[in-house]
Design a protein. Structure first.
Length: 115
C-alpha cells in the first residue's frame, strides 16, 4: 500500500490538472485495488485522504483572505509603497555606518552617549 501511495505521488508531479485533481484519485484507487484492497474500500479511503489533504486546505484560503483584508485593509491605488530607508553613501559608494551622537561631557569635552 505504501508503494501505491508513492506511485500516486509521482503521478501528481505531472501537471495535467491543478493539484493532480482526478488523476491522483484514479491512480491511487486503481493501485490500491491492484494491491488487493476491495474496490469500494479503496475508493472510500482515497476520497477521505484527498478531502483531508486537498480540499480542507483549499477551504482555509477564503477565510484567510478575508481576515487579511480586515486586518490590513485594501491597498489604495496610486499610494506609494513603503520602502526601508537606505543608509548614506560616502564618496567611495559604500554605505556608512550610523554615526554616534556626541554630547558634551562634564568638562565641555565631547563624550560618547553610550550608543
Amino acid at each position: 500500500m505504501l508503494l501505491a501511495y508513492a506511485a500516486a505521488g509521482i503521478v501528481a508531479l505531472f501537471p495535467v490538472t491543478p493539484g493532480g485533481l482526478g488523476i491522483v484519485e484514479a491512480s491511487l484507487s486503481g493501485l490500491l485495488v491492484l494491491a488487493g484492497v476491495h474496490a469500494g474500500y479503496a475508493v472510500l479511503a482515497v476520497l477521505a485522504y484527498r478531502i483531508a489533504s486537498y480540499w480542507l486546505s483549499l477551504l482555509a484560503g477564503p477565510p484567510a483572505y478575508l481576515l487579511f483584508h480586515r486586518r490590513y485593509g485594501r491597498p489604495v491605488p496610486g499610494a506609494p509603497r513603503h520602502r526601508p530607508a537606505a543608509g548614506r553613501r560616502n564618496s567611495s559608494g559604500r554605505t556608512s555606518s550610523p554615526q554616534r551622537c556626541m554630547s558634551p561631557g562634564p568638562n565641555g569635552t565631547p563624550a560618547s552617549s553610550g550608543a
